[in-house]
Write a protein that binds this ligand. Sequence first.
Ligand code: CA
Length: 348
Amino acid sequence: MRKSPLFGAVLLIVLCLSFAAKVEARRGRKRIIVAHRGASAYLPEHTLEAKALAYGMNPDYIEQDVALTKDAVPIVIHDHYLDTVTNVAKLYPKRKRKDGRYYAIDFKLSEIKRLRAFERIDLKTGKAVYPQRFPLKHKLPFRIPTLEEEIQLIQGLNASTGNNVGMYVELKAPWFHRKEGKNIAKAVMKVLRKYGYDKPSAKIYVQCFDPKCLRYLRYFLGVKLKLVQLVANNDWNETPGVDYDKMLTATGIKKVARYADGLGPWIPQLFSKNKKGKIKITKVVKRAHAEGLEVHPYTARADSLPKNVKSQTELFRILFHRIGVDGVFTDFPDKGVNFLKYNRRRRR
Ligand code: CA
């Protein structure tokens, strides 16, 4: 049966209107810069010093990766290991596990507080992962903060400056904590509640690589905060049993949208650029936006750019202008904030 031209015209109008509504909804949304592990390009990651510097750069959010200590205190550290960012091997040489690693969960907070934090090192070479960053030779007394200390810093600065910088908390390896007999989700939510982060309007995102943990937060603990599903590369073995390639299909993203408000993909999952300068964009952001998810990819680093991308400005241009992401995690929050400022001015 042939459809009438009128039917075609009506269908076209409906499609255009629905597309325009989606574009309009996204336009109204403010694009954000997340200070990844603080101003981690300039000071050792996740130290209060790196967070204070990040705060002064005026990002929208500052990130906290959270793991638990032996006495179940949430601390801010990127991995559940202590050896890549502190002098733990020197202070407690006998406390490593069989695999040669030092685990935060094997140390009480009072012990962790004795450690000196420094710029991330490569365990094999003992050298800095990013050699241009804060020099290892300066032995300043940087410490690993607790989540509470960091909240107090950010809320304190919000009070003294009149600004409102948000928190962007990641629950690290819930499966590992569970294996160690600890519930990281409950422990972190207790601290967040204590500081008023329990309403949907609170300026905070909670992110995790583990979909089970996010569903647990949403449905079992009844958490009303904005939740973000992080997406790893399957090769990393980030969360046992989770297939991230599947998660990025249209069906996978639809499932994520049931329990989460946002998606945190790895930048190479969004685009690639060849030697000739041609940019190939994947369908991930389109699919996520079609399901109403915000998209905040990680991590923009001026000193470690994606293949064939020449500068951090070019990277921001691709992510914000070409692909249309809603926010970006960056080790260089000053560059991100400047980019958006310039872009806003240019748009008017
Ligand atoms: Ca993180």
